[in-house]
Structures are given as structure tokens and as C-alpha cells.
Design a protein around this ligand. Structure first.
Ligand SMILES: NC(=O)c1ccc[n+]([C@@H]2O[C@H](COP(=O)([O-])OP(=O)(O)OC[C@H]3O[C@@H](n4cnc5c(N)ncnc54)[C@H](O)[C@@H]3O)[C@@H](O)[C@H]2O)c1
Length: 416
């Protein structure tokens, strides 16, 4: 008999429920889907194992999937991102939750607990759940497909697919336009204020280095600039570097950028973006934060080895003193700084991402047995319908093509 939940403190559930209701009030698109799901029950008899950041917005998704008829087992997708009151609240709602903040040692045990429920659908954020499920073929027996929330996860699953090792179809929820262009850009972009939450630092007049110029980093550069910082971008992709340059930022190799930096934010999906050689060249007081999925972008291991002293500043920050006397401030142990300090993306953003997740689960169920074992893009209709409802909920009207415009844009023959 499996324990129905493992959370830090079930008594936190009342406060957690209040947070969930507040999030729901800002997630009208997903609630609209929930109302339809309640009537149609598209996920009746479906068991979902999910590995997601256990935040209040994830709770809104879990309650929506449950309203659709699904049984849900949930674990955290990062040791530091679980909100303990939310995990407790979900446990009281008959969702099997195995998650608590600070779960460093039993991270994979919790993933395995959720897989013990012989799932039909795997909902993942970073691909740890799907990769683990592939280690025991019996787990995949009943699986219709998977859904991946983030860029790093999609990258990993694409590699599995290319190597012929992916044994289930997976929908790349991350790649939906209404996910990537908003969650990654505006959600993660707003994550630069993790430095304000952690250290109440002023951005105006500071030099902020942003590693990468993908969707997340573009948002971070834009928000740091908006707060008055001078932004330097580092890249490995010449097209993205050029884009950053023409967007008005300086572009430098990291080894040069670190010498000027007051703050450095990473979000590249790569490892060792900031390492020992960089730490040694930094100014006294430099703040370091990672917003990429895994805690390998800033080499915490090398920082720990290099530093002569490590001091706890507050629950979000550690101070490292180097042999050269310089002090560096690392936010959230190098893990997703926005989730560690701010509780993750705002509900309004997750309304979009999780509407796609909910519809992707319905899509997988409707297409059971018809999909190949590869990574699928989100169907365009899902993207469009989520955007349309979101606009409606915001009271924004847009134009529609007239009959003659439609005929014009569909006709190759009408040139000069
Ligand atoms: N913090 C969050 O809440 C959150 C939200 C969404 C995505 N993410 C994560 O953020 C990361 C970035 O996602 P994205 O959608 O922006 O990815 P992306 O692929 O659009 O962009 C990554 C960029 O980093 C560049 N890059 C790669 N290696 C580099 C290196 N060594 N130095 C400099 N630049 C390098 C790439 O060329 C690319 O332009 C991923 O790990 C993703 O999973 C985090």
C-alpha cells in the first residue's frame, strides 16, 4: 500500500488552499477549460503522473485535470521549488503528492512513487520523470504519451528520440507559442527581480550580464534594462548574438563580461556557463543567479571549492569569499532563482502554459494509439484557442479577416 502523500506539514493546507483560490482568480482561461472538462470528463479513468514545480498554479492545473476525471500523482521537479502549503492543500484534495521544499536526497524516490500508479500520461518539467520511466519498461506499458513543460526537457527528449530511445509520443508543451513567448519571455524575464527579493539590490545604473539570448534571456534583458541597468549579453549562437546587438545590448564573451558585472543571470540550458575562471575575475559584491532549468549553469561545485568562506545571508542567498578577498552572492544555490525566491511565474502567465498542458492531456487521450514515439509540436488550433480565450477574458477584441481579405490572402495571383 503506497502512502497517499508525503509533504512537510499537512497542517499547512488551509493557507495553501487560500493561495490556490487566489491563483484561480487570475487563471480564467484554465478555469474555462475546467468548466468544460467537468461536464465532458475527457480524462475519465486516466491516471496522470506529474513531475512539476509544486506551486499554487500547478495546483490549479491538478484540480482541473482531476475535474476532467483523472487520478493524479504529483512530485516536485526541483528540490527547492515546492511550496509546502500547496503540497499540503493538494494532499487533502485526494491528489497523491510526494513533495517538500528542500527534497535533495529523495528527489528520485518521489518520482518513482508517482510512477508506481501505472500512469497513462506523464506530465514532466525537465524530463526527469520521463527518463526515469524509461528505465523500467513495465512502467511504460500503459502510457499513452508524455507532455514536456520546459526547453531543457524538450532538448533532452529530442536527443532520446534521435537516438531511437524514446518509447512514447511526447507533446512539447514548451514549444506552444502561447507558452514559450509568454512564460519563457515575460515569466522568466520578470525573474530578474529575484535579486531584489533576495538582496533588495538596485538595478538602476548597474551592469547586468545575461547569459544566452533565447526566449527566457530576452525577457530578462528587457526587464533588467527596464529597471535601469546596462545590459551585456553573452551568446554562442551568432544569430542570437546579432539579434541582441541590434536590440541595443552590448555583446561580449563571458570572460570579458564578468569583469564589469554587478549581476549575472544565466538561462541557457547549457552547463558551466560561469565557472572558476570567471569567478576569479569578478568584482567584489557580484550577484549570481541562474534561471535555467538545472543548477549546472553557474558551477556551484567550483564556487564551493574555490571559496575560502561561505556564509548564510538569508534563506535565499549565500555569500562566498574568494582567496582574493572578493565576495560573491549566489541566489537560490544556483537553482531556478525565480522559483526559489518568488514562488515561480505569476498566475496570469501560468494560465497560458497550463491551459496548454490541460488541452495536451485531452489531445493525447483522443489520439491514443495513433501517435508515433517522437516529440510532437502542439497543434496550432490549441495555441490559437488558448490565445483567443485569454484575450476574451482580458476584454480585448481583435479584427477578423473579411470575406474579400480571406480570398485575397489565399490567392497567389494578385500581385502588382
Ligand atoms: N526559470 C524559469 O521559470 C524557466 C521558465 C522557462 C524555461 N526555463 C529554462 O530556461 C532555460 C532557457 O530556456 P529558453 O527557452 O530561453 O531556451 P532557448 O533555447 O530559447 O535559449 C537558450 C539560449 O542560450 C544560448 N546558449 C547556449 N549555451 C550557451 C552558453 N554556453 N553561453 C551563452 N549562451 C548559450 C543558446 O544559443 C540560446 O540562444 C532552459 O533551461 C529552460 O528549461 C526556465
Amino acid at each position: 500500500m503506497l502512502p497517499k502523500y508525503r509533504v512537510k506539514n499537512i497542517d499547512l493546507s488551509e493557507g495553501g488552499m487560500k493561495s490556490i483560490y487566489l491563483a484561480e482568480s487570475r487563471m480564467p482561461t484554465l478555469l474555462g477549460i475546467r468548466r468544460r472538462f467537468e461536464k465532458e470528463k475527457p480524462l475519465r479513468n486516466i491516471t496522470i503522473s506529474a513531475c512539476l514545480h509544486v506551486t499554487r498554479e500547478t495546483a490549479v492545473l491538478a484540480r482541473t485535470l482531476k475535474a476532467a476525471g483523472a487520478n493524479i500523482a504529483l512530485c516536485g521537479s526541483n528540490p527547492l521549488s515546492t511550496q509546502d502549503d500547496i503540497a499540503a492543500a493538494l494532499a487533502t484534495e485526494d491528489i497523491k503528492v510526494y513533495a517538500w521544499r528542500g527534497n535533495n536526497n529523495e528527489y528520485y524516490d518521489c518520482i518513482k512513487q508517482t510512477l508506481n500508479y501505472t500512469p497513462d500520461i506523464l506530465i514532466d518539467d525537465g524530463a526527469d520523470l520521463i527518463v526515469t520511466a524509461h528505465k523500467e519498461e513495465s512502467i511504460l506499458r500503459k502510457v499513452i504519451g508524455g507532455q514536456e513543460e520546459t526547453t531543457t526537457g524538450v532538448n533532452r527528449l529530442r536527443i532520446m528520440s534521435c537516438q531511437g530511445k524514446l518509447k512514447i509520443p511526447v507533446v512539447a508543451v514548451n514549444n506552444a507559442k502561447v507558452k514559450m513567448m509568454f512564460d519563457n519571455r515575460y515569466g522568466t524575464g520578470q525573474g530578474v527581480i529575484s535579486a531584489v527579493k533576495a538582496l533588495n539590490v538596485l538595478f538602476a545604473g548597474k551592469i547586468v550580464v545575461i547569459a544566452g539570448y533565447g526566449w527566457c534571456s530576452k525577457g530578462m534583458a528587457m526587464r533588467a534594462e527596464g529597471l535601469g541597468a546596462n545590459v551585456i549579453v553573452t551568446e554562442i549562437d551568432p544569430v542570437r548574438a546579432l539579434e541582441a546587438l541590434m536590440d541595443g545590448y552590448r555583446v561580449l564573451p563571458m570572460i570579458d563580461a564578468v569583469k564589469e558585472a554587478d549581476m549575472i543571470f544565466t538561462s541557457t540550458s547549457c552547463k558551466d556557463v560561469v565557472t572558476r575562471e570567471h569567478f576569479q575575475k569578478m568584482k567584489d559584491g557580484t550577484i549570481l543567479a541562474n534561471l535555467g532549468h538545472f543548477n549546472v549553469e553557474i558551477s556551484v561545485e567550483e564556487l564551493e571549492k574555490l571559496a575560502e568562506k561561505k556564509d548564510f545571508i538569508n534563506e535565499y542567498v549565500n555569500e562566498y569569499t574568494l582567496p582574493n578577498g572578493k565576495r560573491l552572492y549566489l541566489i537560490g544555490e544556483g537553482r531556478l532563482a525565480n522559483l526559489v525566491t518568488l514562488g515561480g511565474h505569476p498566475s496570469e502567465i501560468m494560465d497560458l502554459s497550463f491551459s496548454v498542458q490541460a488541452l495536451a492531456a485531452e489531445y493525447l487521450t483522443l489520439n491514443k494509439g495513433q501517435l508515433e514515439n517522437r516529440v510532437y509540436e502542439i497543434p496550432g488550433e490549441i495555441d490559437e484557442s488558448v490565445a483567443r480565450v485569454k484575450l476574451e477574458m482580458m476584454g480585448i477584441n481583435i479584427d477578423a479577416l473579411t470575406k474579400s481579405q480571406k480570398a485575397y490572402v489565399q490567392n497567389f495571383d494578385s500581385g502588382t
